[in-house]
Design a binder for this molecule. Structure first.
Ligand SMILES: [Zn+2]
Length: 143
């Protein structure tokens, strides 16, 4: 785990900036060690403000998923929807925190083949030309 010297604010914007740098960053409470993902400026355990950024290993396992047919606008813009569903899931990281993300490397047309507990690793989706955006995704680890 690494810490940054200049601390960025614990916001969704900072979280996305880190994603663009290829890092899945969580907030870590200096007082009680509680991890926040998405990052939080206030510790949800002890309510302290003494937070640091820590980089996760970006590895974990699939804890739950849904196949999405009714897509939000930004996904429809990418061509997803009723005719082309995608998988959204919850990944439990090795660090013990859970986060929702797009799930890649699985077939949305065959949800019965998607297994809870499947090992996953981070895969960041980049989008946008003028203003770059990053979306958190996980993909199955090839054996
Ligand atoms: Zn705390």
């Amino acid at each position: 785990m690494t810490e940054t010297t200049t601390k960025r604010p614990f916001t969704a914007h900072s979280f996305n900036q880190y994603l663009l740098e290829g890092k899945l960053m969580a907030s870590c409470c200096a007082d009680c060690g509680d991890l926040g993902l998405p990052p939080k400026a206030v510790c949800s355990e002890c309510h302290g403000y003494n937070m640091n950024w820590v980089e996760t290993k970006g590895r974990g396992k699939l804890a739950g998923f849904t196949v999405v047919y009714i897509a939000p606008t930004f996904m429809i813009e990418q061509g997803y929807g009723r005719g082309k569903p995608y998988v959204s899931g919850i990944v439990e990281l090795e660090e013990g925190v859970k986060i929702s993300a797009r799930i890649l490397g699985v077939d949305p047309m065959k949800p019965e083949e998607i297994k809870i507990g499947t090992p996953m690793e981070i895969s960041i989706i980049e989008d946008g030309e003028e203003e770059k955006k990053a979306y958190l995704a996980f993909k199955t680890i090839d054996k």
